[in-house]
Design a protein around this ligand. Structure first.
Ligand SMILES: [Zn+2]
Length: 274
C-alpha cells in the first residue's frame, strides 16, 4: 500500500510520525480560473496537488489539500501578457483569462488578500513545527507569482524554518517562455489528474481554428508577445491533440524535476538534522 501523504486524510499520530521522518509540508496553490470550455476551473491547483502528492511519496513530507486560490490583474494593451498579442483590440478591460465572451468569470482573489491567506497558511504550518514549507504553484500570472515569492521570502526564517517557492510544472524547454494556457500540455495533464472533468467534445472538431479570444486557449509564445498571424492556437499547442499518455509523461517530468529540487533543499536546509 502506498503511504498516505494527504494531510486532510491523515490522523494526528500518522502526521506526527511523518513529520519526525521528514518535516516538510507542501502547499499546492492555483486559482479557480477559466481554462477553455473543455477543462475544469480548478485545473491549476489540481495539477499542482497531483505533482506534490507524487513528490511527497518519493521524497517525504505531507501535502495540504489543493488550495483553489490565485490572483490575476488587468491586462495592458501591448507587450508580453498584453491584449493585442492575444487578438483583442487593446481597449477592453480584461482580468487574467476572463475574455469578454466567456460565460463564467474566474474567481481571482485580489493579490494583497491572496498574499494574506497564503501567509496565514504558511504561518500555521510553521507553528506545526514543519521546518520546510514548500509553496507548489500551478498558475503563471506575474502578479500571482510575485505575491507568492514575496510571502516565501518574508516568511523564511532560517535556521528554524525555511519557506520556498516552487512551480509544479517543468514548463517548456526554454524556461523564460510562458508555457501557455489550457492547451495541449495542460489538457494532457488533466486527462490523467482528473479525467472525468475533461471534455474535448466541448471544442469544435479538429481542423476548426481556435481563436484565442473565443476560447481562452493560448499558446505560450502569444503571451510572450509572439502570436500566430491569425491569433489562433497553433497545431503544437492544440488541446485536441492532447492524450493521457502525453499527460503521464509530462507529469512524470514535472514530478522528477520537483523531486530532484526537493532532495537538494532537504540536503541543504535539513541535512544536519536528518
Ligand atoms: Zn492553468
Amino acid at each position: 500500500m502506498t503511504r498516505e501523504v494527504r494531510f486532510e486524510l491523515m490522523r494526528p499520530p500518522e502526521i506526527a510520525a511523518a513529520r519526525r521522518a521528514c518535516p516538510v509540508a507542501y502547499l499546492p496553490v492555483g486559482p479557480l480560473e477559466w481554462h477553455g470550455p473543455h477543462l475544469p476551473m480548478g485545473t491549476d491547483a489540481m495539477a499542482a496537488h497531483r505533482v506534490a502528492i507524487e513528490v511527497a511519496r518519493r521524497v517525504g513530507g505531507v501535502v495540504l489539500p489543493a488550495y483553489h486560490l490565485g490572483s490575476e490583474t488587468v491586462r495592458a494593451a501591448d507587450g508580453p501578457q498584453g491584449l493585442r498579442p492575444l487578438g483583442l483590440e487593446g481597449h477592453e478591460r480584461v482580468v487574467g483569462m476572463d475574455f469578454p465572451g466567456n460565460p463564467v468569470r474566474s474567481l481571482y482573489i485580489e493579490e494583497g488578500a491572496f498574499a494574506v491567506i497564503i501567509r496565514e497558511l504558511v504561518r500555521l504550518l510553521k507553528q506545526n513545527e514543519y521546518r520546510l514549507v514548500v509553496i507548489v504553484n500551478g498558475h503563471g500570472a506575474p502578479n500571482h507569482v510575485r505575491a507568492l515569492r514575496r510571502v516565501a521570502a518574508e516568511e523564511n526564517e532560517p535556521p528554524r524554518a525555511w519557506v520556498v517557492f516552487e512551480r509544479s510544472g517543468a514548463g517548456p524547454l526554454a524556461p523564460e517562455h510562458d508555457p501557455g494556457h489550457a492547451g495541449r500540455g495542460e489538457t494532457s495533464v488533466m486527462m490523467v489528474a482528473a479525467p472525468a472533468s475533461v471534455d474535448l467534445s466541448a471544442l469544435p472538431p479538429a481542423g476548426t481554428p481556435l481563436r484565442y479570444r473565443d476560447y481562452g486557449i493560448v499558446n505560450g509564445a502569444a503571451f510572450d508577445g509572439r502570436p500566430t498571424p491569425d491569433f489562433t492556437v497553433p497545431a503544437e499547442a492544440d488541446p485536441r491533440a492532447a492524450s493521457a499518455a502525453e499527460g503521464a509523461a509530462l507529469l512524470e517530468r514535472n514530478v522528477e524535476r520537483l523531486a530532484a529540487q526537493m532532495r537538494r533543499h532537504i540536503a541543504t536546509y535539513l541535512g544536519e538534522h536528518r
